[in-house]
Design a binder for this molecule. Structure first.
Ligand code: NDP
Length: 448
């Protein structure tokens, strides 16, 4: 990594030495450090107060055994994680991911990014992330329930409305949050907003389901506006077909774009007429099926196995699946085909080499920690409603979400401008997030 600031260099070497086997975490730290060299030069108190060495080390990391009974009454064992990264600006907040690729590196990268994202929302939320290497695919509802209950039996000791408030992420949607929340109540004998993403019948917020995808489009709308453009008439390519992707497709289409792709881990759909949202929701939200089934609804669409989604020409690319899904080669192809905007719905979906290409080719790029913050922001609104024992209407929450996304866009773009890098939203988001956390950490002193 190219770091000119000697303090950052030293801290990064320590992180590398301490966690050499955590590539995703090192990638996330690298990205932030590269953005923040100038402000570290301008804020010597950060070195004096040891802010950077503290910010890269989680306040607490929990790993635990999750044993559960499958449908054949056989004992299965998975590993659970909760990394409580930073509580300087509020209770820990961040999702739970259930996916076989989950390990400490993945959870730490997500938790680290979450701190900056939450700071950008302007709401009082610290950063955390958790999950398990459990694979929900192919499991019965009963197996999912047993797993979630066992996971929460341990996690319930470490969370709470004033301490740590988990939510969903890959593999954790409304069904899983319901099972997790039910077990939390049994263990703690209290009805509090200790999880977000809850069902609407038991404390959930309207718009939470739509929030990350909608928020992404509200953010990209601001990027377009800054160039005198709108979504109208644009061709949009979305990857993924989960929670974030579905509602990004919905909002982009509502704003007048034609969304021509969605994908899953096995392949992608190209539908030149525009993705049939009702079909997509039925396949993914109701039947929990595979994308190949889309062809039964839209025979003229094309399904292609494997990667390759970014070879489809588009004006706007919205990667909404997973980390490092868009590499340098994909970025080159997007640029060659005329793509001019990339908004990240997923966390860290573009590799560092891909991001370099975006800047070289003048593609206006929005990093996930800014563009996908609508999910956690609406979780913050769910917490407020739970505390006040009241509900806001769909329109009220949607309007607050829109305001927050506009605020994040302006914060990132104005910070980038202020520090001499106009248009660099990655730098603006990292600097603005870091300054808020750093001030809060410094005000609260160091314990020894
Ligand atoms: P879901 O589980 O609902 O959907 C995930 C989607 O990504 C599925 O289509 C899945 O396909 C695909 N996917 C997962 N792993 C891979 C892989 N290795 N290669 C290709 N495709 C893959 O998750 P979400 O929509 O909630 O999350 C998507 C992204 O958005 C993640 O990066 C998450 O961290 C981020 N995010 C989510 C937020 C939320 O509110 N849910 C908030 C902010 C960020 P398949 O079904 O085949 O596995």
């Amino acid at each position: 990594m190219q770091l000119s600031n000697s303090y950052l260099k030293r801290v990064f070497e320590t992180v590398e030495k301490r966690d050499p086997d955590q590539p995703e975490f090192l990638q996330a730290v690298t990205e932030v450090f590269q953005s923040c060299q100038e402000i570290i030069d301008q804020h010597p108190e950060m070195e004096r107060d040891g802010v950077m060495e503290r910010i890269v080390e989680p306040e607490r990391m929990l790993t635990f055994r999750v044993s559960w009974l499958d449908d054949n009454n056989k004992v299965q064992v998975n590993r659970g994680y909760r990394v409580q990264f930073n509580s300087a600006i509020g209770p820990y907040k961040g999702g739970l991911r259930f996916h076989p690729t989950v390990n400490l590196s993945v959870i730490k990268f997500l938790g680290f990014e979450q701190c900056f994202k939450n700071a950008l929302t302007g709401l009082p939320m610290g950063g955390a992330k958790g999950g398990s290497d459990f694979d929900p695919k192919g499991k019965s509802d009963r197996e999912i329930m047993h797993f979630c209950q066992s996971f929460m039996t341990e996690l319930s000791r470490h969370i709470g409305q004033f301490t740590d408030v988990p939510a969903g992420d890959i593999g954790v949607g409304a069904r899983e949050i319901g099972f997790l929340y039910g077990q939390y109540k049994r263990m703690r004998n209290e009805v509090t907003g200790a999880l977000t993403g809850k069902g609407l019948k038991y404390g959930g917020s309207l718009v939470r389901k739509e929030a990350t995808g909608y928020g992404l489009c509200y953010f990209v709308q601001e990027m377009l506006k800054s160039k005198g453009e709108t979504f109208k008439g644009k061709t949009v390519s979305v990857s993924g077909s989960g929670n974030v992707a579905i509602y990004a497709v919905e909002k982009a289409a509502q704003l007048g774009a034609t969304v021509v792709t969605v994908s899953d881990s096995q392949g992608y759909i190209y539908d030149a007429k525009g993705i049939n949202l009702e079909a997509l929701k039925e396949i993914k939200e109701l039947k929990r099926g595979r994308l190949t089934e889309y062809l039964e609804y839209e025979p003229s669409a094309v399904y292609t196995e494997g990667r390759g989604i970014w070879s489809v020409p588009c004006d706007i690319a919205l990667p909404c699946a997973t980390q490092n899904e868009l590499d340098e080669n994909d970025a080159e192809i997007l640029a060659k085909n005329g793509c001019r905007y990339v908004g990240e719905g997923a966390n860290m979906p573009s590799t560092p080499a891909a991001i370099k290409v975006f800047f070289e080719k003048n593609i206006y790029y929005a990093p996930g920690k800014a563009a996908n913050a609508g999910g956690v922001a609406t979780s913050g609104l769910e917490m407020s409603q739970n505390s006040a024992r009241m509900y806001w209407t769909f329109a009220e929450v949607d309007s607050k979400l829109k305001d927050i996304m506009q605020h994040i866009y302006f914060t990132a773009s104005q910070t980038a401008q202020k520090y001499g890098h106009p248009g660099n939203l990655e730098m603006g988001a990292n600097i603005a997030g870091l300054l808020r956390i750093s001030e809060a950490m410094t005000s609260q002193g160091v314990s020894w």
